[in-house]
Design a protein around this ligand. Structure first.
Ligand code: SF4
Length: 325
């Protein structure tokens, strides 16, 4: 399969790309997002605090406990901004229907996804279980969306999982935005089978049944159900064991084309990955090489070669190079 060229559309907290929109007039530019990932995605920058009419610099905000849930309040003048922020999020969530993911700024009472302090009105006793008001509303409206914050994206495993999801979502969006037929969805699904199997074996089988009946369903309901099931399956965590299972599936399909020495080499590299001595990139590179080199008439090799599992995103991102813990 040729390198993936599709560009996911990804919403992002503007300050992470270097926009001077923070409360102090500064930014929180993140190098991975603004340099490496920027080469491969189309960013949709959003600063909710600016969009509700606050300037930069501005007074700082915080979350305060209330019986109806956390309120977004200015620290000094005590203005409650929960209603405009929630209204903005409702409109933005609808307007962002075509994005494939969202990277939120961590530790923000508007954008933070996890662990935001929630204060008592007195200013005491913060607990750290809050979520930014804007982020909470957007994620509630779009539960299937791939979301992360820039802090968690410094973790190699979480980064790879997020990038894989946004590229898969973008491929599906590209298909469904065109004049597709059931057979196109069947072909799309066939290319993603190993990727789905690496994430969620049970969902892989269920989605297979859905696609098998593709021609008997109205297009809109089929697209909607497939989209939700596909994105939910890819949100499930991969494991070393699941990757090994997929690698063996692929080896089984192309193994007949390989001489015994090459077949044994590939099996040995898969075993090294299972023993956590090499990164996933190592058996995958060998598998890709053999799938490309197998006889042109050999249908199983063509099937393996076209699997998105082998190239789920551009190689330049170098995301499968970590040895599993
Ligand atoms: S964290 Fe969100 S609200 Fe704060 S500056 Fe960044 S984009 Fe704006």
């Amino acid at each position: 399969m040729e390198p993936v060229e599709i560009r996911p559309r990804v919403a992002v907290s503007s300050c992470l790309l270097g926009a001077p929109v923070r409360f102090n007039g500064g930014h929180s530019r993140d190098r991975f997002l603004s340099e490496e990932l920027a080469e491969h995605v189309e960013w949709v920058p959003v600063c909710p605090e600016i969009e509700i009419g606050l300037g930069a610099p501005r007074e700082t905000l915080r979350l305060e406990r209330s019986p109806d849930g956390p309120r977004l309040v200015t620290r000094r003048t005590r203005e409650d901004l929960t209603a405009p922020m929630t209204a903005l999020a409702a409109g933005r969530a609808a307007g962002l229907a075509d994005v494939d993911g969202y990277v939120f700024k961590s530790r923000s009472p508007s954008c933070g996804l996890h662990g935001i302090p929630v204060y008592a009105e007195s200013g005491a006793a913060a607990d750290r279980r809050g979520k930014g008001v804007f982020a909470a509303a957007v994620t509630a409206a779009r539960p299937e969306l791939a979301v992360e914050d820039e802090g968690r994206l410094h973790d190699a495993v979480l980064r790879e999982a997020f990038v894989e999801r946004i590229f898969a979502s973008a491929r599906l969006r590209a298909l469904l935005s065109g004049d597709w037929r059931p057979r196109d969805l069947v072909a799309f699904h066939a290319r993603h089978k190993m990727q789905l199997l690496a994430h969620a074996p049970a969902a892989y089988r269920e989605i297979g049944r859905l696609v098998a009946a593709a021609g008997e369903r109205p297009r809109e309901s089929l697209a909607c159900e497939y989209g939700l099931a596909f994105r939910a399956a890819l949100a499930a965590k991969t494991t070393v064991g699941r990757h090994v299972n997929v690698l063996h599936h692929c080896l089984g399909m192309i193994g007949r084309e390989l001489d015994p020495v090459r077949r044994a080499d590939l099996a040995e590299v898969i075993a090294s990955y299972r023993a956590r001595r090499v990164a996933l990139a190592v058996p995958l590179a060998l598998l890709r090489h053999h799938a490309k080199g197998a006889g042109a008439q050999y249908v199983p090799a063509e099937y393996v070669r076209d699997q998105t599992y082998l190239s789920p995103y551009p190689d330049a991102l170098r995301l499968r190079n970590h040895v599993p813990a």
